[in-house]
Design a protein around this ligand. Structure first.
Ligand code: GLU
Length: 511
């Protein structure tokens, strides 16, 4: 590994399914790694055992696989710096917490949860609702900074529960650069003494994250904006360890379509679009829908996600994953929140469906339908329907009349469209259709044109009722193509049956 090789990681916690914002974070990390000929690593951050959710890790890894985002190192893949699941690295963290105690950057705290609760409620009574364990309050608490050394030793050797806390420096102006946000400045007086190591023998997210990023030689930390408030602590931790700090890039939030607040997991199904890459069912049986099951292609999902917070600086919108790799730079990632747009999301899917070859779509369809349809027939159905479809499934549901004659007619439609002379026009037109010898779309069209002209009719007077008789609906792809696809015998049959049913229907209406 060269010394300057770019190494980035996506570090989800398995506390539930991966939100599309998480997929975007993984995607940007992946794009950045590939663009810079670096490595993309997945690390599972599961040190908070209380928030662990069964199946979440598998869900996260499967979702990325579905998206085509393949890590170079990670759980189930391996790599030089494994294991890539923090609970399996458990034994590594304590020595680093100890190191911080030794060099004066951390301390033991023995306060029970009741002690802390009491402090909080007292402070609240005094008009301070946000009590913190910090540079001021620590001097009144039960910790290795306030207790005599022999008392600390006694507590430790007696096995009294303790946590290890960061000793936040007082009144220091901390500055660090964020690739997307520029300089971030905070006064350390506003930061609390975060717990680094817990009473259960596990590190907190902060400690484990820094130790692992260091050990895994991470060069750039690209993650969601919700982690920006933790970044100053992280910078201080690097300093306390005397380690080189990676570069930070905090990605903009994903906002609701109306721009009002963060896109949350509840928004999706409430507003009618998925927020998760794949379906997720909670332990209580609640289903959250996913893009995969809705019929989105992973490529269109990824293309849409790439644009939530980034743009290429040109008008090109359709990008393959390789093209995204080629074009992606962090300096084109915006600072401000990215509004999720369901219509645009559907548009991307439409584009991908349209741009896919009829043969490929037919093969995909073939594997999804129960009764077999000849491949050639399926390919023609695809070519007829795909301009009107968003999802693969629309092709057969919208184009069901290409496989079977309409079973009934919408009486409202018929009453509106069937004029006095429609039946007669249709009978005459049927006669013409029966005489065509070469039943190609072209020949049918020529016959149609001369029929309309000869009888001085308007196109719609013939074409619309013809369409209704043959397809049962008033809209669809070209009627001459449809007719040719169905064949002369079928078209004549449908016309006869249709005319009969409609006659009965109108008769019944009059009585
Ligand atoms: N485990 C954190 C999460 O769930 C990772 C944050 C980071 O990338 O540092 O998002």
């Amino acid at each position: 590994m060269s010394k300057n090789q770019v190494r980035v990681r996506f570090a989800p916690s398995p506390t539930g399914p991966l939100h599309m914002g998480g997929v975007r974070t993984a995607l940007y990390n992946y794009l950045f790694a590939k663009k810079n000929k670096g490595k993309f690593i997945i690390r599972i951050e599961d040190t908070d055992q209380t928030r662990f959710v069964d199946g979440a890790q598998e869900y996260i890894l499967d979702s990325l696989k579905w998206c085509g985002i393949f890590p170079d190192e990670g759980p189930g893949i391996g790599g030089e710096f494994g294991p890539y699941v923090q609970s399996k690295r458990k034994d590594r963290y304590k020595e680093y917490a100890d190191l911080l105690i030794q060099n004066g950057n951390a301390y033991y705290a023995f306060d029970s949860s009741q002690d802390l609760e009491q402090m909080r409620s007292q402070a609240k009574k005094m008009g301070m609702p946000n009590w913190q364990y910090n540079g001021v309050s620590r001097s009144t608490m039960k910790n290795s900074l306030t207790l005599p050394k022999d008392e600390v030793d006694r507590l430790l050797s007696s096995g009294a529960p303790y946590v290890i806390r960061m000793k936040m420096p007082r009144n220091e102006e901390l500055r660090f650069n964020d690739t997307i946000r520029g300089w971030v400045v905070v006064n350390t007086n506003n930061l609390d003494d975060k717990v680094l190591f817990k009473a259960d023998g596990m590190p907190t997210y902060h400690l484990a994250n820094i130790v692992d990023d260091h050990q895994m030689k991470i060069t750039h930390v690209i993650r969601g904006e919700e982690w920006l408030p933790s970044a100053p602590l992280h910078v201080l931790l690097y300093r306390a360890f005397n380690w080189e700090c990676p570069e930070f890039a905090h990605l903009p939030l994903l906002l609701r379509p109306d721009g009002n607040g963060k896109l949350s997991k509840r928004d999706g199904d409430r507003l009618g679009f998925p927020v998760f890459p794949m379906n997720w069912t909670t332990a209580d049986g609640e289903l959250f829908s996913g893009y995969k099951e809705k019929g989105y292609f992973p490529q269109s999902f990824i293309n849409m996600l790439a644009f939530l917070g980034w743009n290429p600086g040109t008008s090109q919108e359709i990008f393959s994953l390789d093209e995204l790799v080629e074009s992606f730079t962090l300096d084109r990632v915006s600072k401000s929140g990215a509004k999720f747009d369901p219509d645009k999301t559907r548009w991307f899917q439409q584009q991908y469906l349209r741009n896919e070859s009829n043969e490929v779509l037919a093969s995909l369809l073939e594997s999804e339908i129960p009764n077999s349809i000849e491949k050639e027939k399926l390919t023609t159905i695809v070519s007829l329907m795909k301009e009107r479809a968003t999802f693969l499934g629309d092709i057969l549901s919208e184009g069901d009349y290409l496989l079977a004659a309409p079973s009934d007619f919408d009486s409202k439609l018929i009453i509106k469209k069937w004029k006095e002379n429609t039946a007669e026009i249709m009978l005459n037109w049927r006669e013409e259709v029966s005489k065509i010898t070469n039943f190609s779309a072209n020949q049918i069209e020529l016959t149609f044109k001369s029929f309309v002209e000869k009888n001085q009719l308007k196109i719609g007077q013939v074409l619309l009722p013809f369409r209704i008789l043959v397809t049962g609906v008033s809209m669809g792809p070209g009627m001459f193509e449809i007719s040719s696809f169905l064949g002369q015998k079928e078209v004549l049959n449908r016309m006869d049956n249709g005319l009969n049913s409609i006659k009965k229907m109108l008769h019944a209406e009059h009585h």
